[in-house]
Design a protein around this ligand. Structure first.
Ligand code: CLF
Ligand code: SF4
Length: 426
């Protein structure tokens, strides 16, 4: 008799860091292969990742399925406790079904036992739920923001369905019907379903217990009530958000109907790592000129063997997001350190620093603090910042560290800085 070594869905749920709050040691990797969306949520600004399952205001680059597979191989090799591959955007995975399907097939060939997870607005679930199961997806998140089409009509500007656009209550009816039909289909076949709900003051907040009760009756495994974060450029940009106490109290109230998630990190569509420690910056730009550490080291070794020693640079970047040079030097709590070798830019590490500027009232006489911050980056050739005061500029120059003020992506900023250093050296 053949022994089946495949993990059961229960084991997969146990090792899934989102579905099991004590599974801290396990990591998940999001593959950003789904750029398009088929609905328009009033809290969404499509310049950014899908807010139904992402931190607002961050943008993830998009990968082709083959690139996602190649990146997965690198990540899996480096993160031994990786148990889950998730697709959560930057748009909706089912509005990009071919890319979603191909990515899962390619990764499954590399690692048949990995858990596949995805997050969807649910509009296309009746069309694709069967295929998802065939592909081996075991965990599905559906965002259901109302179980009343009138309320949905206030949350969604429009939906695009089977070639037509619907608005208001009519859009709500179609969306809700498809979400619940999809949920039932999946649950009946043993798929573990989580329901995300964006809590929007004055629109669906009073209605949330009803949503949770209903999805509980349909067999959902867990609810994840998330606060609306009013994103600039979205229809809801000026709406009030709920505070932590209101959110907790809503989750507690809904616990009578369904298990609640309290540990969501509203992560990025390209998040990698455990929920406590996102390491996606180490792998970002994987398919562009930022290359993986392994590949970078290989090139360096080959260059050394060939007697070609290129001049390398190291930069400290002040960034709040890991994507842009967007922080004031004095507000940095951690620097992103990058190495440059030839045309290759490599993320090296993050370094914690003590913020030396704690507001205008404390903004003078911080020599020790500034020196401490500079000490933390004194092996760097340059520092990239959004803004910086006169005092630290002087101290950095004394140490031979060049200062570049800019607002730009990290990659472009580093390229500019390298050109400026090289030009100055000629
Ligand atoms: Fe990703 Fe979502 Fe799967 Fe987790 S995230 S698709 S269920 S593997 Fe997790 Fe991130 Fe919260 Fe999502 S912490 S935003 S709940
Ligand atoms: Fe934006 Fe996600 Fe809503 Fe699509 S489903 S409009 S990507 S928040």
């Amino acid at each position: 008799m053949a022994i089946n070594f495949a993990k059961s869905i229960q084991e997969k749920t146990f090792e899934h860091p989102c579905y099991n709050c004590i599974a801290h040691k396990y990591a998940r990797m999001h593959i950003p292969v789904a750029p398009k969306c088929n609905v328009s949520c009033n809290f969404c600004n499509r310049k950014y990742d899908c807010i139904n399952e992402s931190r607002p205001g961050v943008t993830s680059g998009v990968l082709a399925p083959e690139e996602a597979r190649d990146k997965f191989k690198v990540v899996k090799n480096r993160i031994k406790n990786l148990t889950v591959v998730g697709i959560a955007g930057p748009g909706d995975p089912l509005a990009n079904f071919e890319e979603t399907k191909k990515s899962i097939e390619l990764i499954k060939k590399e690692c048949p036992d990995i858990t596949f997870c995805l997050s969807t607005n649910g509009l296309m679930l009746p069309a694709y739920a069967g295929e998802l199961i065939k592909l081996g997806v075991t965990h599905v998140t559906i965002t259901i923001n109302a179980v009343d089409p009138k309320i949905d009509g206030q949350i969604y500007r429009y939906i695009n369905y089977k070639g037509s656009t619907f608005v208001g209550e009519e859009a709500g009816k179609i969306l809700l019907n498809n979400q619940l039909e999809g949920l039932k289909y999946l649950v009946d076949r043993g798929i573990v379903c989580k329901i995300n709900i964006v809590m929007i003051k004055g629109i669906n907040d009073k209605h949330i217990p009803e949503i949770v009760k209903k999805v509980g009756e349909y067999g959902a495994y867990m609810a994840n009530i998330m606060p609306l974060i009013p994103v600039k450029g979205s229809v809801f940009e000026n709406r009030d958000t709920v505070d932590e106490a209101e959110l907790t109290s809503m989750r507690k109230e809904c616990e009578q109907y369904l298990k609640q998630m309290y540990h969501c990190r509203q992560c990025r569509a390209d998040a990698i790592g455990s929920l406590d420690e996102d390491v996606s910056a180490q792998f970002r730009g994987y398919n562009k000129n930022v290359i993986s550490i392994d590949k970078h080291e290989k090139i360096h070794e080959e260059d050394k063997k060939a007697g070609k020693v290129e001049k390398g640079y190291r930069f400290a970047v002040a960034s709040s997001s890991g994507d842009y040079v967007d922080e004031h030097f004095g507000h940095v709590s951690e620097f992103y350190i990058y190495d440059v070798l030839g045309e290759n830019i490599k993320f090296h590490e993050k370094r914690d620093v003590e913020r030396y500027c704690n507001g205008p009232q404390e903004c003078t006489g911080h020599d020790d603090k500034i020196s401490g911050v500079i000490k933390c980056i004194e092996d760097c050739d340059g520092v990239l910042v959004l803004r910086i005061g006169f005092e630290p500029v002087t101290k950095l120059h004394e140490k031979g560290i060049k200062v570049f003020q800019m607002y730009s992506t990290i990659e472009e900023g580093i390229e500019k800085a390298v050109k400026l250093i090289d030009k100055a050296a000629k």
